[in-house]
Design a protein around this ligand. Structure first.
Ligand code: CDP
Length: 236
């Protein structure tokens, strides 16, 4: 986040890729794309793409990690080395671990984990192309994969970011907007219950703008949810 004075991110109400302030990038969703996983999903927002695989529920090992009353979700988020312009160093990173943790929180609240005492459900989210919003796209693929695996859920988790560019709240930042903009506000929500399950923010804002960005992001999540549902319906 830092403003680049040479870059016009908003001109006559249009963004660098021709979108209006309230437009999402093009969305694409698929379910059941991987043979070897119990459930799988793919999600794309513009040039950001992720695949997700779900394994389980299965008995969690080592045993001391088990929860007697409920199952747990273990999420891994990985940015593939070929997903970014400068090849990313393969292997775990602090950023990846943090996103895995927040994804765990965001997805767990939608799963009836009490139905799986002592078990784990593993969610692997792989970003194959990154152009901002990778945590959102990974979560969207992960949620499709959980539903595709037949895991009982209180609704799908849908995610997108709002932000601020040129002092203006906008929906779904792409790479240049994320890099040169003022605020990035990724959220995830359960579109069935309205529960917000992830909220992070980079940048500075005030209450009024925050409200505006939240409204935009919530509208975006609802559109994402429609796309996720369409993909799941196609597999039936
Ligand atoms: O991707 P997301 O917006 O969830 O997270 P971020 O940490 O704000 O990263 C923003 C963008 O920076 C990513 O989507 C990538 O396009 C880029 N990035 C990168 O090129 N190399 C990294 N190691 C991390 C991020």
């Amino acid at each position: 986040m830092g403003k680049n004075k040479d870059m016009d991110l908003l001109k006559n109400g249009k963004r660098i890729d021709g979108r209006g302030k309230e437009d999402l990038r093009e969305l694409e969703a698929k379910a059941g794309i991987l043979k070897r996983a119990d459930g799988s999903g793919y999600f794309r927002m513009g040039n950001t793409e992720a695949v997700a695989a779900v394994f389980g529920p299965r008995e969690l090992h080592p045993k001391h990690k088990q929860k007697p009353q409920r199952g747990i979700l273990q999420c891994r988020y990985n940015l593939a080395p070929f997903s970014v312009d400068d090849r990313k160093r393969p292997g775990p990173s602090r950023r990846g671990k943090e996103i895995g943790k927040v994804a765990e929180g965001a997805l767990s609240s939608a799963v009836f984990l009490e139905e799986f005492p002592t078990a784990t459900i593993d969610v692997y989210m792989e970003v194959i192309s990154a152009d901002a919003g990778t945590r959102c796209v990974a979560l969207n693929a992960g949620s499709i994969a959980l539903a595709d695996a037949g895991i009982p859920m209180k609704g799908l988790i849908s995610s997108c970011a709002a932000g601020k560019i040129e002092d203006t709240p906008v929906l779904d930042l792409k790479g240049e907007e994320d890099m040169n903009g003022q605020v990035d506000l990724p959220i995830a929500m359960n579109a069935e219950t309205g529960e917000i399950t992830l909220l992070q923010m980079d940048g500075m804002t005030d209450i009024e703008e925050m409200d505006e960005m939240m409204d935009l992001a919530i509208k975006g999540c609802k559109k994402v949810a429609e796309k996720q549902k369409e993909a799941l319906m196609e597999t039936f």
